[in-house]
Design a protein around this ligand. Structure first.
Ligand SMILES: *Cc1c(COP(=O)(O)O)cnc(C)c1O
Length: 377
């Protein structure tokens, strides 16, 4: 038995608090208003300002962001939505939630993301939307085929749950003109505890998402105080972002530059430490543009390496088992060779802002030992 790993290397992912979150939450609790309040609205405009977009609409989770974005884009029964199988199951569940059908597509084996030709090869007359997943924080650029997608009436809805802070060439993800969805869940680049944000393309889309997130009720705060009733003008869900969560997000946003720099530094530290290891392929990220969300490698005998590392108390994970092979999505199964191959090789090393360079050395040494012991080197 090797000595058990340092505590931070035991976790694959972990929220990182900048220190003032507890006080910010306490202020909201003492203030007595916990729902969607001016704290939520401050968080919205601060995010819009950070990204350089006119407005941002806060919702209760990344899944709620995807769900309301699909509804706002008019996606529903009879529609097909092109989506990579290599994503978190939430992307697919959001498509099912609006009654549409997922059309699973393969990924580029190097980026683990869709590319413009993989998307265009899958477009049919029933395609109503495409959902690129910005896997690991990598921006996905569909600008070369944007005009063709527009002509065919195909909406682009970005699942940017991994990619808060990443940049396309110059603009932040969210500011490229696509309908963009962020998650601020516990382990994302920025966390609210639980939360999400939609970057709408038009004011009408923003209004629709605002109505959807509050049970279809349309009324300003002022109106609500002054009348005895309220108007339900359409379908809606309980999807607001509470002030408690928004207060956490505001502190996280203040500290985001530190988060961004730390994630890039840790990722480069891994890259340099992994370089001498034979048999290990780092899933590359252009960290000059992307804020890395994961540190993934591809290894032979992945399941054995995974078990061996877990035995050494190293918090490895797999992002993700392909969705087209999940029982719930069997009706839309198809053969996706690059996804299936990646699905059997990818391994996510511990990656979060509590890690030190010593932790990373320990993880890489353990990976080398694991590969030797399973015969992979
Ligand atoms: C986390 C995540 C989501 C869902 O976000 P939640 O805030 O957990 O609802 C969607 N897609 C991807 C790729 C994610 O990683």
């Amino acid at each position: 038995m090797t000595a058990s790993a340092r505590p931070d290397a035991r976790r694959n992912a972990s929220p990182y608090l900048h220190g003032r979150e507890t006080a910010a939450v306490a202020r909201v609790l003492e203030g007595g208003q916990y729902g969607h309040t001016d704290v939520t609205e401050e968080f919205e405009w601060r995010i819009a300002d950070f990204l350089g977009v006119p407005e941002a609409v806060a919702v209760a989770s990344g899944t709620a962001a995807l769900h309301t974005a699909l509804l706002a884009a008019g996606i529903g029964p009879g529609h097909e939505v092109i989506v990579p199988s290599m994503t978190f199951c939430a992307t697919v569940q959001a498509i099912l939630a609006v009654g549409a059908a997922p059309h699973f597509v393969d990924i580029d084996p190097v980026t683990l993301c869709v590319s413009d030709h993989l998307v265009m090869d899958a477009v049919t007359d029933r395609t109503a939307a495409v959902m690129p997943v910005l896997f690991g924080g990598r921006p996905v650029d569909l600008s070369a085929v944007q005009e063709e997608l527009d002509e065919r009436g195909v909406a682009v809805i970005e699942d940017a749950a991994h990619a808060f802070g990443s940049r396309h060439a110059t603009r932040r993800v969210g500011a490229s003109g696509a309908l963009t969805c962020f998650s601020f869940g516990p382990i994302k680049n920025l966390t609210c505890g639980q939360g999400g944000m939609v970057i709408p393309r038009t004011p009408a889309e923003a209004d629709m998402i605002r109505r959807l997130r509050i049970l279809g009720v349309v009324q300003s705060q002022g109106e609500r105080a002054n009348t005895t009733s309220y108007r339900v003008e359409g379908f809606g869900l309980r999807y607001q972002l509470s002030a408690i969560n928004a207060a956490i997000g505001l502190v996280q946003l203040d500290g985001f530059q530190v988060a961004e720099d730390t994630r890039r530094h840790l990722w480069r530290t891994y890259r340099d430490a992994l370089a001498p290891l034979d048999g290990v392929t780092l899933v590359d990220v252009d960290v000059d543009h992307a804020v890395p969300h994961l540190c993934q490698v591809r290894v032979p005998h992945r399941d054995k390496v995974f078990a061996d590392l877990r035995g050494r108390d190293i918090g490895v994970g797999v992002h993700y088992p392909p969705n087209h092979l999940q029982p719930a999505f069997a009706a839309w199964q198809r053969s996706l060779s690059a996804t299936e191959r990646a699905g059997g090789e990818i391994l996510s090393l511990p990656f979060h802002q509590h890690l030190s360079e010593t932790d990373i050395d320990l993880v890489v040494t353990a990976l080398e030992q694991a590969l030797k012991s399973v015969g992979g080197l």
